[in-house]
Design a protein around this ligand. Structure first.
Ligand code: SAH
Length: 473
């Protein structure tokens, strides 16, 4: 209410004041939301349904921020997180909420976006696709490397919203093999005196470790990201990593590589990859399609849910074998190859050249001959291709799977001109999905189906598949 009339309600509470609040909602970052005398407080680590005593940290005109001092009565949705570090670590935001409630929260989040941002009157959502066993699902992990006060290497995960490294080898969403890999790299650094990177002074060598595991093939890649051009004693690291099969015989080491990142930046990966052992990629399957995945390429992190996500996208695309399909933001051709098996022709567009190399290779690997791939920004490639075709370029189905910022209007305009019967929108941010769906719906399309898929249990993120159809009129 204060928001609407613009009045300043911040006087209702003061910084450091202790207030009792009933939490009635979950915010975008997983924090609890409750009101104190009508004033909205976002309260870290509170769960919808809790009654808490909270300390006010910051006040703004319409809302403030607080943290839990004491839980007076716990929410029925509150559970003890499996991970002791869940509250501190930036990897999970809502492990303290029961998985069922997490799913309900994500479903509601997508609904709210369609209603509030998209302006859809009564958005009808199909029930969110959850996981049976929502732990240890990630096939890719990135561990920051640093040093403690005594200069000893620390490896683990960033604490929430900071670059402080929590020194741990356990993670309940990462693969169980990570414990071995973290321990091995840490021992290697200590044994050979290889210096961890210091991001403040931009000195030291080892910045991050990236691991990828093939859930089906058991292939494992370890990529060491370095502030330099070489890693001393790398052969010894390879030998030590080879023992990973002893930690878990499901896995075998197939790739060790270096990635050079000498920039002063938060971006983890640099552009150059140097092979050290084996190939510079791993292979894995989704369904019966085999993929080659290199360190710089995007690949969905949750293989179990990815299969469900792609099956859904394929179902929404409703292909019968005669269609021309465009798969925009195609990555390594993951969705494209699924589509190609059921369509006449598939064209993929992706901005990362290495991913397109993988995509072309993956088509060959699977003897798929009706898929073609183009490098470039979708919002540039598509208008250009449309213009080159003298406005005759058409598609039966267009699939888009953009990053969180969604699609540019220039791309959406081209999609409309290409006049596909169906647009299948795969999204990792329901806010931009709802915005783009509204744009298409104002220009001749209708939302037919919406279904969230939980690709990221214990985080606030949610994937959504949405089917838009060209209106009959
Ligand atoms: N459909 C793929 C990839 C989805 S992730 C899959 O499911 O695996 C989004 C992809 O969009 C990433 O590969 C990213 O590199 C790519 N991308 C980001 N901005 C882009 C742009 N403007 N044009 C084309 N691709 C882009």
């Amino acid at each position: 209410m204060s928001k609407k009339n613009g009045t300043d309600a911040s006087h209702i509470v003061e910084k450091n004041q202790i207030v009792e609040v009933t939490i009635d909602d979950i915010g975008n970052d997983g924090e609890g939301i409750g009101k104190y005398n009508g004033y909205t407080l976002f309260i870290k680590d509170a769960v919808a349904g809790d009654v808490v005593r909270a300390k006010v940290l910051k006040t703004k005109k319409a809302f403030g921020f607080a943290k839990v001092e004491e839980i007076i009565s716990p929410s029925p949705y509150r559970v003890t997180p499996r991970c002791d570090l869940a509250a501190k670590c930036g990897g999970c935001q809502i492990q303290q909420i029961s998985y069922e409630k997490q799913l309900a929260y994500k479903q509601q989040k997508v609904y709210n976006c369609f209603k509030r941002i998209g302006g859809f009157e009564n958005p009808e959502l199909e029930p969110i696709v959850g996981m049976d066993e929502p732990y240890h699902y990630r096939n890719k992990s990135q561990f920051p490397v640093g040093a403690d006060r005594d200069g000893k290497p620390v490896l683990g995960f960033y604490a929430g919203r900071t670059h402080t490294i929590i020194d741990t080898s356990h993670c309940y969403i990462g693969d169980t093999l990570n414990a071995f890999m973290i321990k091995t790299v840490k021992e290697f650094l200590a044994k050979y005196g290889v210096k961890p990177y210091n991001e403040e002074t931009h000195t030291g060598l080892v910045r991050h470790i990236l691991t990828r595991v093939g859930a089906t093939t058991g292939e494992v890649m370890v990529c060491v990201i370095i502030n330099g051009n070489d890693l001393p004693h790398k052969e010894e690291l390879v030998e030590a990593l080879k023992d990973l099969s002893m930690a878990d015989d499901k896995y075998h080491l197939t790739s060790v590589c270096l990635n050079v990142n000498t920039e002063k930046t938060n971006v983890i990966l640099g552009k150059k990859v140097i092979p050290v052992y084996g190939e510079t990629y791993i292979t894995d399957y989704i369904g019966d399609i085999k993929y080659q995945i290199s360190p710089l390429s995007f690949f969905q992190v949750n293989p179990v849910q990815t299969k469900k996500l792609y099956d859904l996208a394929l179902e929404y695309a409703d292909l019968h074998g005669n269609e021309t399909v465009w798969d925009l933001y195609c990555g390594i051709g993951t969705i494209s190859l699924f589509l190609a098996k059921q369509a006449k022709q598939v064209c993929g567009v992706e901005i990362v050249p290495e991913a397109i190399e993988d995509a072309k290779h993956n088509a060959m690997l699977n003897q798929i001959e009706n898929a073609e791939f183009f490098v470039g920004a979708a919002e540039e490639v598509m208008p250009q291709k449309y213009a080159e075709s003298n406005d005759s370029l058409r598609a039966d189905v267009i699939v888009v799977d953009p990053p969180r910022k969604g699609c540019e209007e220039s791309l959406l305009d081209t999609i409309i001109k290409m006049n596909p019967a169906r647009v299948v929108y795969v999204s990792c941010d329901p806010a931009t999905l709802a915005r783009d769906a509204r744009y298409l719906c104002d220009r001749g399309y209708e939302v037919k189906r919406i279904r969230p898929v939980d690709q990221f249990p214990h985080s606030v993120h949610v994937e959504t598949v949405c089917l838009l159809e060209r209106s009959k009129a």
